[in-house]
Write a protein that binds this ligand. Structure first.
Ligand code: GLU
Length: 293
């Protein structure tokens, strides 16, 4: 672990579209502790490309919350909104290799379920603004997720993914692949809601000849009935006094069995305990965990 100073680079990449909630705190803690356990760096990247959803002030609030939880990052925080030249370059590269096409389909043109059926592959169906899609050929993609184990996806069932939206905004799938590579990220640790995005990202990495990081998808926090986390649970109490309890809760959800008395410790000490005792294998194959009542 000491041979190469930055053999491990991890990251937390929230979208500043709402306050951190239990689920995002879990992703932050899981990626942080995994990085520190491996003696690695931990970066924070604000995924603020979707200008229609970004809330002013939200990124700063998130950073203050991370600090409250002693989740101290390395280096400067990157903002995707300042990095569009990199996404444009990547898009040009895909275009030059005939791996993209323009798509005029609107939501009305599409069935709500199922993969994009390739409608505009031979050219946009309608006049007017288009999105750019990445051409995804069929075939299987297999990868080993450090928590979820062996994963296998049929690319044809995923469909051609949007890399630039019709309003001109570069899409998450493209930006995440470019930034993980340019920032030297070696391990992506994030929520299991993104597991089925991974095959697209692996395919884009191959097309752009970028190195593929390792992946570990943490269990997703859901309501007891398996529903998406309720809105009412979507903002965290920011009082430092509650930080210990919340960190303890998150470590419990991550299967780490933190001792009871840890609740009363300062965030810093709780994270030190978690880093020393980190056992990702305790989550093996777990896709969802119910939020504490
Ligand atoms: N920005 C994404 C989100 O907040 C996470 C991206 C990632 O970790 O790859 O859901």
């Amino acid at each position: 672990m000491t041979a190469r100073p930055h053999a491990y680079v991890g990251r937390f990449a929230p979208s500043p579209t709402g306050s951190l909630h239990l689920g995002s705190l879990l992703a932050a803690v899981g990626s942080f502790v995994d990085a520190r356990h491996h003696g690695g760096r931990w970066l924070v990247r604000m995924e603020d490309l979707d200008t229609t959803r970004v809330i002013p002030g939200c990124a700063d609030e998130m950073l203050r919350t991370l600090e409250t939880f002693a989740l101290h990052w390395d280096g400067a925080v990157e903002y995707q909104s300042t990095r569009t030249q990199h996404y444009r370059q990547a898009l040009e590269e895909l275009r030059a290799r005939n791996l993209t096409f323009e798509c005029s389909c609107t939501r009305q043109d599409r069935s709500p379920r199922g993969a994009y059926p390739g409608t505009c592959r031979a050219g946009p169906r309608h006049a007017g603004p288009t999105a750019t899609r990445f051409l995804v050929e069929g075939g299987r993609i297999d990868f080993e997720d450090r928590i979820q184990g062996a994963c296998s996806f049929e690319l044809g069932q995923l469909g051609d993914v949007v890399v630039r939206r019709r309003d001109g905004v570069f899409a998450y799938q493209l930006a995440v692949v470019v930034d993980d590579a340019l920032q030297g990220v070696t391990q992506v640790v994030r929520g299991a809601d993104l597991l089925d995005n991974t095959p697209w990202q692996l395919t884009l990495q191959r097309a752009l000849r970028l190195p593929a990081p390792g992946y570990a998808h943490l269990p997703l926090v859901v309501e007891a009935r398996g529903d998406k986390l309720a809105k009412s649970r979507r903002s965290l109490a920011l009082q430092p006094a509650a930080a210990g309890l919340l960190l303890h809760q998150v470590l419990t959800l991550l299967g780490q069995n933190p001792p009871d008395k840890l609740k009363l410790e300062l965030p810093q000490s709780i994270l030190t305990w978690a880093t020393e005792h980190w056992r990702p294998q305790a989550m093996a194959g777990v896709r969802e965990v119910p939020a504490p009542s």
